[in-house]
Design a protein around this ligand. Structure first.
Ligand code: HAM
Length: 414
């Protein structure tokens, strides 16, 4: 057997410490932003019965048809690595009788998701989503609240220049009538469409809106728009959502061609995009799914939510890892200072510093280099007493003990 080099599977990646720190910071921001509106953390399993996604996400979607990692367990049950979170959260809502709790039930989750897509920049086979859902209310204020929370999260994550696309899909009945109208229209213009769109015309005519093909685009420009076919209650609901976004000063583009890759949506749908991301421009998106819980066997329960791609947010945010000035290094001027150094490091951690100490037998010069490498603002050199070195200016002051050393760093504002 040849010993091939082992690598992370295609479409997956390792997260090195600098990047891992950025992810943790984003997780903290998410907890704060979502917590501010009463969203609670929640977790579901990484795999579920395949049927959940087939029924929840929709048999005709690309996700279910082509992108699921599905396998049989030892008893022959078909399981699937979760491609998204909404279906599972709705499953949990039904399973735990959450309709008996005060509504809406507001939950968020963060973790790995899996889709067998062709990997490219910003598109992976294992990626991370932050997902937020509000179950049990069809009030337009919930739609607006969720959209504004995602906008705030993106802003606090340092993603500038986002575009929010917004639309409403109405009910399945509206959509069925509209789809018939659209199919008839597309058939009339069959010769101008791309082969791909023509082949899927009956199954999924909405795909025509996604096409890059110039002929198809020209036809779609003149085609019927779902937004113009909404019944009064749905149009009114959409109007309320827009009104609240306007009040909040949130910019958006109403885009009746917005197509989401999942079947469960009703009424509001939206997507945040970044021009910095290239082809995979969607930072996050979501919408309302007022029929999904019932479809999964629960009581009629409206819901709305979104998911955002963590890797894409960090890609679009760019920028540096802040490092942090509270980092310090404990260096040892002589080998027998290691016990005093260890105890000083403990003490400094208790005081809230991020502390690393010499643990590799380096020379004092090597230790100072290492302190620089980790971005320490101050180095404590333990020998006879403690020398407190400001790593930027190189200035060094002597302290008799830990208390005095601490007083010196506080004085210098580190
Ligand atoms: P989605 O639009 O399929 O929606 O995914 C949400 C976000 O996940 C995307 O905007 C993108 O940032 C990220 N994402 C998706 N696939 C990949 C991939 N292969 N690589 C990297 N990032 C990816 C949903 O999943 C719905 N469950 C959202 C939702 C929640 N709707 C209602 N509630």
């Amino acid at each position: 057997m040849s010993a091939g080099r082992l690598q992370a599977p295609r479409g997956t990646f390792d997260v090195a410490p600098t990047e891992a720190r950025r992810r943790l910071r984003l997780l903290r921001i998410a907890e704060e932003v979502l917590g501010s509106a009463g969203y609670e953390p929640f977790e579901t399993p990484v795999f579920e019965d395949t049927e959940l996604f087939a029924r929840g996400v929709g048999e005709s979607t690309d996700i279910v048809q082509k992108e699921m990692f599905t396998f049989a367990d030892q008893a022959g049950r078909s399981l699937t690595l979760r491609p998204e979170a909404t279906a599972a959260i709705c499953r949990a809502y039904v399973e735990h009788g959450m309709h008996k709790r005060p509504q809406p039930v507001k939950l968020w989750t963060w973790g790995p998701f899996f889709r067998h897509e062709a990997p490219q920049a910003g598109r992976f086979r294992q990626f991370t989503q932050l997902d937020a859902e509000a179950l049990g209310s069809d009030d337009p204020s919930v739609d607006a609240e969720l959209i504004l929370l995602l906008a705030e999260l993106l802003e606090r994550a340092g993603v500038a220049e986002t575009t929010l696309r917004l639309s409403s899909l109405g009910t399945p009945q509206t959509r069925a009538l509209y789809l018939e109208e659209l199919r008839a229209y597309l058939r009339e213009h069959k010769d101008e469409l791309s082969d791909d769109v023509r082949a899927r015309l009956d199954q999924n005519p909405l795909r025509a809106f996604d096409a890059d093909h110039p002929g198809t685009r020209a036809v779609m420009k003149r085609g019927p728009r779902l937004l113009d076919r909404l019944p009064p209650e749905d149009a009114e609901h959409f109007e309320r959502v827009r009104e609240l976004l306007d009040d909040a000063g949130q910019a958006y583009v109403v885009d009746s061609t917005l197509v989401r890759g999942l079947d469960y949506y009703t009424r509001t749908v939206f997507e945040f995009e970044s021009p910095r991301l290239g082809a995979q421009s969607a930072l996050g998106g979501g919408g309302r799914y007022d029929l999904l819980i019932e479809e999964l066997g629960g009581p009629p329960t409206p819901g709305v939510g979104w998911a955002a791609g963590i890797e894409r947010i960090l890609l679009a945010a760019g920028g540096e890892d802040g490092g942090g000035d509270s980092r310090v290094y404990v260096a040892l001027a002589k080998p027998d200072a290691s016990r005093a150094g260890f105890n000083l490091a403990r003490r400094l951690r208790e005081e809230g510093f991020r502390v690393e100490m010499e643990q590799a037998g380096r020379s004092l010069r090597g230790q100072l280099k290492q302190a620089d490498r980790i971005g320490a603002g101050t180095t404590f050199i333990v020998g006879d007493g403690i020398d407190v070195r400001d790593m930027r200016s190189g200035e060094q002051r002597h302290a008799a003990d830990a208390d005095e050393a601490l007083a010196l760093v506080r004085e210098s504002g580190a």
